[in-house]
Design a protein around this ligand. Sequence first.
Ligand SMILES: Cc1cc2nc3c(=O)[nH]c(=O)nc-3n(C[C@H](O)[C@H](O)[C@H](O)COP(=O)(O)O)c2cc1C
Length: 157
Amino acid sequence: MLKTKTIIIYESIYGNTKKVADAIAEGIRESGQVECSVAKTGEVHHTDDLAGYDAILFGCPNHNQEPARNMLKFIERASIVDLEEKMGAAFDTYTGGNRGIALGKLEEAIAQRMPCVKFVIEGFSAKVEDRKGPLTEGELQRANEFGRQVAEKLLDR
Ligand SMILES: Cc1cc2nc3c(=O)[nH]c(=O)nc-3n(C[C@H](O)[C@H](O)[C@H](O)COP(=O)(O)O)c2cc1C
Protein backbone atom coordinates (compact mmCIF):
# COMPACT_ATOMS: atom_id res chain seq x y z
CA MET A 1 0.00 0.00 0.00
CA LEU A 2 1.30 3.46 -0.85
CA LYS A 3 2.11 5.56 2.19
CA THR A 4 0.41 8.92 2.70
CA LYS A 5 2.98 11.63 1.99
CA THR A 6 3.14 14.72 4.15
CA ILE A 7 5.39 17.76 4.20
CA ILE A 8 5.79 20.29 6.99
CA ILE A 9 6.82 23.75 5.78
CA TYR A 10 8.04 25.97 8.59
CA GLU A 11 9.65 29.33 9.23
CA SER A 12 11.94 29.95 12.21
CA ILE A 13 14.48 32.56 13.28
CA TYR A 14 15.77 31.14 16.58
CA GLY A 15 15.06 27.45 15.96
CA ASN A 16 12.07 26.93 18.29
CA THR A 17 9.50 26.54 15.52
CA LYS A 18 11.88 24.14 13.78
CA LYS A 19 11.94 22.01 16.95
CA VAL A 20 8.14 22.03 17.00
CA ALA A 21 8.04 21.04 13.31
CA ASP A 22 10.45 18.16 13.96
CA ALA A 23 8.42 16.95 16.97
CA ILE A 24 5.20 17.04 14.92
CA ALA A 25 6.98 15.12 12.13
CA GLU A 26 8.11 12.46 14.65
CA GLY A 27 4.52 12.11 15.88
CA ILE A 28 3.27 11.74 12.31
CA ARG A 29 5.91 9.11 11.46
CA GLU A 30 5.17 7.15 14.65
CA SER A 31 1.89 6.14 13.04
CA GLY A 32 4.05 3.95 10.79
CA GLN A 33 1.86 4.66 7.80
CA VAL A 34 2.53 8.30 6.98
CA GLU A 35 5.76 9.65 5.52
CA CYS A 36 6.73 13.13 6.63
CA SER A 37 9.44 15.49 5.44
CA VAL A 38 10.27 18.87 6.93
CA ALA A 39 11.47 21.93 5.00
CA LYS A 40 12.07 25.58 5.78
CA THR A 41 10.18 27.99 3.51
CA GLY A 42 13.36 29.00 1.68
CA GLU A 43 14.30 25.37 1.02
CA VAL A 44 11.26 24.77 -1.19
CA HIS A 45 12.56 26.20 -4.45
CA HIS A 46 9.84 24.78 -6.70
CA THR A 47 6.41 25.07 -5.19
CA ASP A 48 5.09 22.71 -7.93
CA ASP A 49 6.84 19.96 -5.91
CA LEU A 50 3.96 20.30 -3.43
CA ALA A 51 1.85 18.36 -5.96
CA GLY A 52 3.63 15.20 -4.78
CA TYR A 53 2.18 15.37 -1.26
CA ASP A 54 -1.19 14.31 0.11
CA ALA A 55 -0.99 16.73 3.01
CA ILE A 56 0.81 20.01 3.76
CA LEU A 57 1.39 21.46 7.23
CA PHE A 58 2.40 25.09 7.73
CA GLY A 59 4.04 26.50 10.87
CA CYS A 60 5.66 29.80 11.85
CA PRO A 61 6.31 32.21 14.71
CA ASN A 62 4.09 35.08 15.72
CA HIS A 63 5.85 38.26 14.58
CA ASN A 64 4.04 41.40 15.70
CA GLN A 65 0.78 39.45 15.99
CA GLU A 66 1.03 38.24 12.40
CA PRO A 67 2.42 35.06 10.85
CA ALA A 68 6.15 35.49 10.05
CA ARG A 69 6.50 37.32 6.77
CA ASN A 70 8.51 34.57 5.05
CA MET A 71 5.62 32.19 5.61
CA LEU A 72 3.13 34.60 4.05
CA LYS A 73 5.52 35.04 1.13
CA PHE A 74 5.75 31.28 0.77
CA ILE A 75 1.95 30.96 0.68
CA GLU A 76 1.89 33.67 -1.98
CA ARG A 77 4.47 31.75 -4.06
CA ALA A 78 2.59 28.48 -3.63
CA SER A 79 -0.76 30.05 -4.49
CA ILE A 80 0.16 30.29 -8.16
CA VAL A 81 0.54 26.50 -8.47
CA ASP A 82 -2.57 24.66 -9.59
CA LEU A 83 -2.78 21.93 -6.94
CA GLU A 84 -5.37 19.22 -6.44
CA GLU A 85 -7.08 19.04 -3.06
CA LYS A 86 -4.64 18.59 -0.16
CA MET A 87 -5.22 17.80 3.48
CA GLY A 88 -3.65 20.38 5.77
CA ALA A 89 -2.99 21.78 9.21
CA ALA A 90 -1.21 24.77 10.73
CA PHE A 91 0.71 25.70 13.87
CA ASP A 92 2.44 28.70 15.38
CA THR A 93 4.82 29.64 18.19
CA TYR A 94 4.23 32.65 20.44
CA THR A 95 5.22 34.36 23.67
CA GLY A 96 3.15 35.66 26.58
CA GLY A 97 -0.60 35.58 26.15
CA ASN A 98 -0.67 35.47 22.39
CA ARG A 99 -1.69 31.88 21.92
CA GLY A 100 -3.19 31.15 18.52
CA ILE A 101 -3.22 34.73 17.22
CA ALA A 102 -0.70 34.23 14.39
CA LEU A 103 -2.13 30.73 13.86
CA GLY A 104 -5.62 32.09 13.15
CA LYS A 105 -4.23 34.55 10.63
CA LEU A 106 -2.06 31.86 9.07
CA GLU A 107 -5.12 29.64 8.61
CA GLU A 108 -6.98 32.57 7.06
CA ALA A 109 -4.12 33.26 4.62
CA ILE A 110 -4.00 29.58 3.61
CA ALA A 111 -7.79 29.45 3.17
CA GLN A 112 -7.72 32.55 0.98
CA ARG A 113 -4.61 31.91 -1.10
CA MET A 114 -4.51 28.09 -1.19
CA PRO A 115 -8.15 26.98 -1.04
CA CYS A 116 -7.02 23.53 -2.24
CA VAL A 117 -5.84 22.93 1.36
CA LYS A 118 -8.57 21.45 3.55
CA PHE A 119 -7.82 21.56 7.29
CA VAL A 120 -8.20 18.16 8.96
CA ILE A 121 -7.61 19.33 12.54
CA GLU A 122 -7.71 22.43 14.73
CA GLY A 123 -4.33 24.20 14.62
CA PHE A 124 -1.65 23.90 17.28
CA SER A 125 0.03 26.73 19.19
CA ALA A 126 3.29 26.27 21.12
CA LYS A 127 4.57 28.73 23.73
CA VAL A 128 8.15 29.99 24.04
CA GLU A 129 9.35 31.59 27.27
CA ASP A 130 11.01 34.53 25.58
CA ARG A 131 11.61 35.82 22.06
CA LYS A 132 14.58 33.49 21.54
CA GLY A 133 13.08 30.61 23.50
CA PRO A 134 13.28 28.16 25.03
CA LEU A 135 10.01 26.39 24.40
CA THR A 136 7.87 26.13 27.53
CA GLU A 137 8.19 22.75 29.21
CA GLY A 138 5.86 20.16 27.75
CA GLU A 139 5.36 21.90 24.40
CA LEU A 140 7.45 19.40 22.42
CA GLN A 141 5.46 16.49 23.88
CA ARG A 142 2.25 18.32 22.91
CA ALA A 143 3.68 18.86 19.42
CA ASN A 144 4.45 15.15 19.16
CA GLU A 145 0.90 14.32 20.25
CA PHE A 146 -0.47 16.80 17.68
CA GLY A 147 1.55 14.96 15.01
CA ARG A 148 0.02 11.64 16.08
CA GLN A 149 -3.46 13.14 15.87
CA VAL A 150 -2.72 14.58 12.42
CA ALA A 151 -1.64 11.13 11.21
CA GLU A 152 -4.85 9.60 12.58
CA LYS A 153 -6.95 12.21 10.76
CA LEU A 154 -5.02 11.67 7.52
CA LEU A 155 -5.47 7.92 7.72
CA ASP A 156 -9.21 8.30 8.46
CA ARG A 157 -9.73 9.86 5.03
C1 LIG B 1 10.32 40.72 15.22
C2 LIG B 1 9.60 39.85 16.23
C3 LIG B 1 8.33 40.21 16.65
C4 LIG B 1 7.65 39.40 17.58
N1 LIG B 1 6.38 39.74 17.95
C5 LIG B 1 5.67 38.89 18.75
C6 LIG B 1 4.32 39.18 19.10
O1 LIG B 1 3.75 40.18 18.70
N2 LIG B 1 3.65 38.28 19.86
C7 LIG B 1 4.24 37.14 20.32
O2 LIG B 1 3.59 36.35 20.99
N3 LIG B 1 5.54 36.85 20.05
C8 LIG B 1 6.25 37.72 19.29
N4 LIG B 1 7.56 37.43 18.99
C9 LIG B 1 8.19 36.25 19.60
C10 LIG B 1 8.17 35.10 18.64
O3 LIG B 1 6.91 34.51 18.61
C11 LIG B 1 9.27 34.11 19.01
O4 LIG B 1 10.51 34.74 18.74
C12 LIG B 1 9.15 32.84 18.22
O5 LIG B 1 8.03 32.09 18.64
C13 LIG B 1 10.38 31.99 18.34
O6 LIG B 1 10.33 31.11 17.27
P1 LIG B 1 11.65 30.79 16.42
O7 LIG B 1 12.67 30.34 17.43
O8 LIG B 1 11.21 29.67 15.55
O9 LIG B 1 12.06 32.00 15.67
C14 LIG B 1 8.26 38.23 18.10
C15 LIG B 1 9.56 37.89 17.66
C16 LIG B 1 10.23 38.68 16.75
C17 LIG B 1 11.60 38.29 16.30
